[in-house]
Design a protein around this ligand. Structure first.
Ligand code: URA
Length: 434
């Protein structure tokens, strides 16, 4: 078999066989297939797409490209959660300690930022000393002791996805349904949880721009998970504007903490409650959604969920005092209010552009080896449907570099569309697929 022929076959729009997909995954993981051929195949898949069968074969080949975690040493139902990625999506930071404080066993594998979207690991590194590079033994020990641990994708867990994820990030081949479904599900299946709750984003800040595409992705992932014997549920949520009000690593950590204190933005809290309820039900801690919501509210008002975040941060080497005093998180040296020339109502926010603006400030990666600045980002003051009066800022930029600030603020301004007419707000939760 030759990689050249496989690229040509996909480029010409034909369905690849299981053997061809396995040949590619094995060869790329081992290093015998170079990045440039893998990039060419990813671009061919982007344009010609993959069938359901090809997507399944790619998922299984990537899952089997390394270790499959055995979490049988952890008692109880392990529930994993994963988002398809969005702008301002700090959900795992709030949700995982929230459900862990209610007895859900969180043994989670997270990723770094991808494209214009942020990643949980980068955000968690805002806690001084925090590390997700822990051994499987430490991971299992932490889960057994405090009920929650998050680790980075170990070198040997779905290593094919680890390489491809980084390659797709810099070759404009992220937003393809089959590549996203196989990337997420290969890791989730290899990570050994018993149940999986997926947050599938749709809108201008998501990889899936339309509801129909998000529904197709959700259905594909739920099918893959259920066929592999894992109870899988997908919530389809709006990402046509940033989630909550903060975009950027440390800013998002602060917002996640505020939400655990009961002071978070409504939309973000709603998403955490919806996903949390599904996790509690999947983990058999609650019979129905009503009971789940009550328990989630109590975990926030009692401070139990916030304390769980502090124990989790401490157990992974981080400075847990920042959970109680967010002034200890990284802070940018410059803040600037952003004003528009127009007045009216916010009609649309090109959400991916907000993500790119934050990336331009240094909050995300431009290349494979970029070092990110955890302190920079954007506070969104005006969201869809909000009125923008004369002289009212739409956002505050947090930056450390004047040139980057200028470029990012120009880009951010263009992301906003203002209209004189009143605008309806979008529903945040679009559907739940079981
Ligand atoms: N998240 C992933 O893990 N993989 C993707 O391809 C996109 C989002």
């Amino acid at each position: 078999m030759r990689m050249y022929d496989i690229i040509m076959k996909k480029r010409n729009g034909f369905e690849l066989t299981k053997e061809e997909i396995e040949f590619f995954v094995k060869g790329y993981t081992a290093g015998s297939i170079p990045d440039y051929q893998a990039s060419a195949l990813m671009m061919a898949v982007f344009f010609k797409k993959m069938t359901k069968k090809e997507t399944l074969y790619l998922t299984l080949a990537m899952k089997n490209s390394g270790d499959v975690l055995d979490l049988s040493g952890i008692k109880g139902i392990k529930v994993d959660k994963h988002s398809t990625g969005g702008v301002g999506d700090k959900t795992s930071l709030t949700l995982t300690p929230l459900v862990a404080s209610l007895g859900i066993i969180v043994a989670k594998m997270s990723g770094r930022g991808l494209g214009h979207t942020g990643g949980t690991i980068d955000k968690l590194e805002s806690f001084k000393g925090f590390s997700t590079a822990i051994s499987t033994e430490q991971f299992i020990k932490n889960v057994n002791e405090i009920g929650i641990a998050i680790m980075g994708q170990t070198k040997n867990l779905a290593p094919a996805d680890k390489k491809l994820y980084a390659l797709r990030d810099v070759t404009a081949t992220v937003d393809n349904m089959s590549l996203i479904a196989s990337s997420i599900m290969s890791k989730k299946l290899a990570a050994g949880a018993d149940a999986i709750v997926l947050d599938v984003k749709c809108g201008s800040g998501a990889f899936m721009k339309t509801y129909d595409d998000a529904l197709a992705l959700a259905t594909e992932m739920v099918d893959i998970g259920n066929n592999a014997g894992k109870k899988t549920i997908a919530v389809i949520s709006d990402m046509d504007q940033p989630l909550g009000c903060c975009v950027g690593n440390a800013l998002e950590v602060k917002e996640a903490i505020e939400t655990l204190k009961g002071n978070g933005p409504e939309d973000f809290k709603k998403l955490c409650m919806t996903l949390g309820a599904q996790m509690l039900i999947a983990g058999e801690k609650c019979g129905d959604e009503e009971e789940a919501y009550e328990k989630l509210e109590e975990a926030i008002s009692s401070g139990k969920a916030l304390d769980k975040l502090a124990s989790f941060v401490k157990a992974q080497g981080g400075d847990e005092s920042a959970v109680y005093n967010t002034d200890l998180l990284p802070k940018a040296s410059i803040t600037e209010e952003i004003l528009l020339d127009e007045e009216g109502y916010v009609k649309h926010i090109a959400c991916d552009e907000v993500g790119i603006s934050s990336l331009m400030l240094g909050g995300g990666r431009e290349t494979l080896d970029s070092v990110i600045d955890l302190s920079v980002g954007i506070e969104i003051l005006k969201k869809k449907g909000d009125k923008v009066g004369k002289g009212e800022p739409i956002a505050i930029i947090h930056a450390n570099d004047k040139d980057k600030l200028k470029a990012a603020s120009e880009r951010l301004k263009k992301a906003y569309e203002i209209t004189p007419e009143k605008v309806e707000k979008e529903a945040l939760i679009k559907n739940i697929i079981k």
